[in-house]
Design a binder for this molecule. Structure first.
Ligand code: GLC
Length: 482
C-alpha cells in the first residue's frame, strides 16, 4: 500500500496554517509505520522551495481553457523523510504566497490556480505505471480530484483508486460559478449534478459527495459540521456512513522544549526554571512584569479565531482590576490590528502585540507564557493548544471542535485547562479571571497542572494508527470489488 497526499500546504515547503503542519507531519509517521507515503503540492516561488534541489520526473502540457500550459512534476532530491513532489506551473504558481499576494489580498485567478494544480497532478498520475494505492486530498483546493478521478475519461486509469478527503476547515468551500466549468476536463455529463451545490460548483461539497471516505480533524468538529457547515449540513448527514473525525497529532520532534533551538532556555530538569527563564526573556523583550500571569494569543487575527474578542475582553478584565499581562502574536484583519494597537497604547506595560507571522517567537511564547488563550468561534482541531501543553502552558479555550476534545476543564484535581462555553464578553472574561486566580491564588495547583500537561501524549502515533485503519479498510474494499 502506498499513499499520496495532495495538498496546497506542507511544512516546511509551504505553510499558511495548521494544514501545513499536518501534511508535513502525518506522512512522516505513516512512513515510520511502514506505509510509504508521498506528498505533492504546488511549486510556489518561496524561499524554502527555491533553496532546495529538485529533479524533474515528469513533463507535460495542460489543455487549459483554450490555452496550453506547460507544467512539470519535480521531486526533492534530499532533505525530507518522505518523497516530496512539487507541480511547477510557471504562469500560475511562480508567486511566493500560498493564498495571498504581498498586500494580503487573495489571488484573482485562485480558481484557475486550484483547478490546474489538480489537473496536472492527475495527468501525471494517470501516466504512471506504479500508481498510488490511495489518494488523500486536503481541503477544497483539492476537492475536485475525487470527482475527476471517477468521472473524467482522461483519468479512467485512476477511477478505481480510493480517495480520502480531509476537511481541515469547512469555513471555505472554494465555490465558483458554472461559467467556469470549461476549466475542467471533459467529464461524463450524466453526473453533472455531483458538481452542483446551490447553482454553483462547490469543491468542498463535490469532495464530500465523491470521496470514498471523508475525515475531519476532530470527532467533535465532525458532529458540529452536521449542524453547521454554511449550507452543507444535510450533505454531511447523508454521508455520515463514510465520515469520521480523527484528532490531529503534533510533531513531538519539532515541538520539544528540551531541544527547541528557537527558545531562550531549553528544558533541562526543572520545569520551574525552564518556565521562569523563558518568561523573563519575554518580559524583557515586551517590557512587562514577570510577576503577573502571562496570557498569550497566537494565531490569525480573524473572526473565526474569536480574535475580535481579544481587545474588549482584555479591556474589561483590566478595567475591573484584573491582574495579568497579555501578549498577542499574529496578523489578520486590519481593523483588529488597529483595535489591538489602541489597546496596547491604553494599557502600556501590561498589553503588548507583535502583529506579524513569526514562527520563532511563537515557540518562545509557548515556552514562556503561563496561559494560551483560544477564544475560537470555530476550531476544527487546533494545534496551538497542543503545542502549548507540551511547553507547560495552560490553555484557556472555548469549548468548540477539537478544543473541546483536547482540553478538559480544571475541576478539583482533574483537568488540563480552562474551558468556557459561550462566546460572549462576559463568559470569556470570567475564563481569563479564573486563569489569573489560579496562578495568583493557587500557585501549587497551577504548577501541578503545568507539569502534568507536559506529560500528555499528543503525538501522531495514535492518530496515524487511525488513518492506517481507514486506509486498510479501503484496501479491502478495492480488493473485494476487483
Ligand atoms: C485548520 C484548522 C485547525 C486545524 C488545522 C489542521 O487550520 O483551523 O483547527 O488544527 O487546520 O488540521
Amino acid at each position: 500500500m502506498h499513499i499520496l497526499h495532495i495538498s496546497t500546504e506542507c511544512y516546511p515547503a509551504a505553510k499558511a496554517g495548521g494544514l501545513g503542519d499536518v501534511v508535513g507531519t502525518l506522512p512522516k509517521y505513516l512512513t515510520k509505520a511502514n506505509i510509504p507515503t508521498g506528498v505533492v503540492l504546488p511549486k510556489y516561488a518561496n524561499k524554502w522551495i527555491q533553496q532546495q534541489e529538485w529533479k524533474t520526473v515528469y513533463q507535460d502540457v495542460l489543455d487549459f481553457y483554450q490555452v496550453t500550459l506547460p507544467f512539470s512534476i519535480q521531486q526533492l532530491t534530499v532533505g525530507m523523510s518522505f518523497p516530496l513532489y512539487v507541480v511547477d506551473i510557471p504562469s500560475k504558481y511562480d508567486r511566493a504566497g500560498v493564498y495571498l499576494d504581498e498586500e494580503g489580498n487573495g489571488y484573482i485567478d485562485e480558481v484557475e490556480r486550484a483547478v490546474c494544480f489538480q489537473r496536472a497532478v492527475l495527468q501525471w498520475l494517470a501516466q504512471q505505471d506504479n500508481k498510488p494505492s490511495i489518494i488523500h486530498c486536503h481541503d477544497h483546493h483539492t476537492g475536485l480530484i475525487p470527482f475527476m478521478m471517477k468521472h473524467c475519461p482522461e483519468f479512467v486509469s485512476l477511477a478505481s483508486i480510493p480517495s480520502v478527503f480531509t476537511i481541515h476547515n469547512a469555513e471555505y468551500h472554494g465555490t465558483f460559478s458554472w461559467d467556469k466549468v470549461g476549466l475542467l476536463p471533459l467529464f461524463d455529463g450524466r453526473v453533472r449534478g455531483l458538481l452542483d451545490w446551490d447553482y454553483s460548483i462547490n469543491p468542498l461539497a463535490v469532495a464530500i459527495k465523491c470521496a470514498w471516505k471523508v475525515t475531519t480533524v476532530s470527532p467533535t468538529y465532525m458532529e458540529e459540521l452536521r449542524v453547521q457547515t454554511r449550507g452543507l449540513e444535510q450533505l454531511l448527514q447523508q454521508e455520515k456512513q463514510k465520515s469520521i473525525g480523527i484528532l490531529n497529532g503534533i510533531d513531538v520532534q519539532v515541538w520539544d522544549p528540551a531541544t527547541d533551538q528557537f527558545i531562550d532556555s531549553q528544558l533541562v530538569k526543572s520545569v520551574d526554571r525552564y518556565k521562569a527563564n523563558n518568561k523573563r526573556f519575554l518580559a524583557q523583550t515586551f517590557h512587562i512584569s514577570p510577576k503577573l500571569p502571562l496570557i498569550t494569543f497566537i494565531g490569525r487575527l480573524a473572526r473565526e479565531k474569536g480574535a475580535d474578542f481579544l481587545a474588549p475582553v482584555i479591556d474589561r478584565f483590566l478595567n475591573k482590576g484584573g491582574m495579568a499581562a497579555f501578549i498577542i502574536l499574529g496578523t489578520g484583519e486590519p481593523i483588529l490590528h488597529q483595535m489591538l494597537l489602541d489597546l496596547k497604547r491604553k494599557h502600556k506595560g501590561i498589553v503588548d502585540v507583535a502583529l506579524e507571522y513569526n514562527e520563532k517567537l511563537a515557540h518562545q511564547l509557548y515556552a514562556g507564557s503561563d496561559f494560551l488563550w483560544m477564544p475560537s468561534r470555530v476550531e476544527p482541531c487546533g494545534l496551538n493548544q497542543l503545542y502549548a501543553m507540551r511547553y507547560g502552558t495552560l490553555p484557556i479555550v472555548r469549548a468548540v471542535g477539537g478544543l473541546k476534545d483536547t482540553v478538559e476543564d480544571i475541576q478539583g484535581t482533574k483537568g488540563n485547562g480552562i474551558q468556557f462555553k459561550e462566546l460572549n464578553i462576559e463568559d470569556a472574561t470570567i475564563a481569563v479571571q479564573r486563569a489569573a486566580n489560579l496562578y495568583l491564588k493557587k500557585p501549587a495547583a497551577f504548577k501541578k497542572v503545568r507539569t502534568s500537561i507536559m506529560q500528555l501524549d499528543f503525538s501522531w502515533e495514535k492518530s496515524a494508527t487511525e488513518y492506517i485503519a481507514l486506509y486498510k479498510e479501503l484496501e479491502i474494499l478495492t480488493r473485494s470489488s476487483t
